[in-house]
Design a protein around this ligand. Structure first.
Ligand code: COA
Length: 154
């Protein structure tokens, strides 16, 4: 298994978009599959923030995580660097892949000069806390309570 930039395997952008859209569309007003594809095709053009890392077993896509400037407009004032869209395919879960993707993203953010990295999660606060993220309160996104968390990457 290798963690690379989506830019190293840009042909996976649309597949990833389908997974992300199915997983999180309920949290974002008017977020279409085509917008998701466009965002990930854009991430596939660069290896600097905002961008996406992918986990690959050979050619096979196993998961992803993104570093973005904004993950939800409602939370724009909270922070300017966000871990977003952590996703592992169901058949590869429970083997530490999610943890490796989070660590790779935090290391990448440190290299990008990010002093404070944020995320929000409806139901994985305990998961991220085990990886060193600190609880920073709660917010509401389209009626869903989400936990805000941060980490200092450097
Ligand atoms: C969350 C996700 C990325 C984890 O991926 P993974 O590769 O299975 O993660 P890891 O192997 O690093 O960690 C698995 C561990 O986390 C635990 N875990 C999974 N979901 C959890 C949750 N909601 N809360 C607390 N712990 C959780 C598992 O029980 C497992 O524990 P163990 O190590 O004691 O067996 C994956 O389940 C996923 O893609 N889910 C759908 C998308 C999603 O919810 N992403 C997070 C959005 S905020």
């Amino acid at each position: 298994m290798a963690i690379r930039f989506l830019a190293d395997a840009p042909g996976h952008a649309d597949t990833l978009a389908g997974w992300h859209h199915a997983q999180w569309q309920h949290l974002y007003e008017g977020w279409t599959l085509e917008q998701t594809r466009e965002e990930l095709r854009d991430h596939a053009t660069r290896r600097t923030r905002p961008t996406t890392l992918v986990a690959l077993e050979g050619e096979r896509l196993l998961g992803s995580v993104s570093l973005v400037d904004e993950d939800a407009p409602e939370l724009r004032d909270q922070g300017d660097a966000w871990l977003a869209s952590l996703y592992v395919v169901p058949e590869a879960r429970g083997t530490g892949l999610g943890k490796q993707l989070v660590q790779a993203l935090v290391d990448f953010a440190a290299g990008q000069g990010v002093a404070r990295l944020w995320l929000f999660t409806p139901d994985h606060a305990d998961y991220y806390a085990r990886l060193g993220w600190r609880p920073q309160g709660e917010a509401s996104l389209r009626g869903t309570r989400v936990h805000l968390m941060d980490i200092l990457p450097a």
